[in-house]
Design a protein around this ligand. Sequence first.
Ligand code: ADP
Length: 426
Amino acid sequence: MKRSLERKLAIYNTAVFAAVLIAFSSVLYLVVREGFYNDVRSHLERMTDGVISSIDYDREDHEEPLPDLIVSQLPASASESLADMRLQWFDKDRKLRIEKGALSVSMPLIVDGGFQTQDKPHAMLFTKAVIVNGALLGYARVAQPLSDLERAMNHLQFGLAISVVFASILSGLGITFLTSKSLQPVYQSIETLKQFTADASHELRTPVTAISANSGVALKYDEGMRESDREKFKMISSASSQMDHLVTALLQLSRLDNKLAEPRTAPQDVGKLLREVCDLTRWLAKEKDIHVVSSMAENLYVESEEDELRQVFQNLVENALRYTPNGGRVEISAERKNSVIEVSVSDTGIGISQDDLQKVFERFWRADKARSRQHGGSGLGLSITQAIVAKIGGSIDVQSKVDIGSTFTVRLRAAAIKTASGVPVA
Ligand code: ADP
């Protein structure tokens, strides 16, 4: 339990930390990407403005004005920097007149101007219409490849992914260590509390037994006893036997909690134990005129201590009989489903509300304290049942509807046993 709690806490914390890191890295990636794209956009705008400002509008030879930046031969250093780009000039009829640069451009011209993105090769284009004295002169378009930017973004993405993985692993290790350290005082308090319960129930056992025995003796030899005293002794006897039950249940729970009980397990015949429980509780069924029906498959074996497994079944059957009104019905069934043995006890009793369903396994929880006390109940029966089932490595659940009835189902691992012929059953 300790380990699984620590593991759960460490996993949840690491998952939260990893989620925060992923969110942070995603935002960082998007911000950096947007910054790079903005740089490309402003570079394209600057280049386009450069192309436009190199146009000689009023040429003396009255030739068609063209951007000098594209027409003229540039010094080698400048041409080199433009080689990866594409500078284009379109006349007012959108006809490509001149261009420079090696980048291949396949996008159609957009007359309204603005940015375009081209897939193959990946590039960004910027177009601007040139209007002089209210008349359209033509369009300047500049394209820049995005391959460098893409490469940088891929590096960033890879770097962030690796950092997230490493940071998550390191934080996972750190969190596991810190969780186990910080839970130590909690474990210690729980241990102290468990020890206290175990010691207290152990110490209470002797005086409670003495009170119970002495009041019993007094009632047995009640000659000459006043009626009022007899009533008092009866009350003492009933209260002390209730306390005896409670102390015994508490001691058993502490043993199960502290795993003090020596495992003396052997394959137990589920059908045989259920039949014994039916015999033990027959008086109660008869008293309340409850019809008990049972259907049990043959050869169902579970590895457990006999008394403990019997107690599991007895608690469930007794509860079913106690919380079912006179004339009701209780069904007990046991069957094998693959490697699991399923025992269920259903009743047509008062049922349990949906809100209370999971509380039934809590210590001292009772839907109706007065009713439970009437039959000597302490609210520990199902806690003990659940602890034993968990010890055997099984599970227990409950389904119920108020005023319709309840079904408690115990699932236990089937034990491998050998029949008289030596053939293994499981
Ligand atoms: P108790 O000694 O009070 O019976 P348990 O731990 O066995 O203690 O049960 C806890 C509470 O769960 C009971 O007080 C009762 O309110 C409810 N309960 C248990 N079994 C049934 C059942 N078959 N039908 C209705 N209520 C039940």
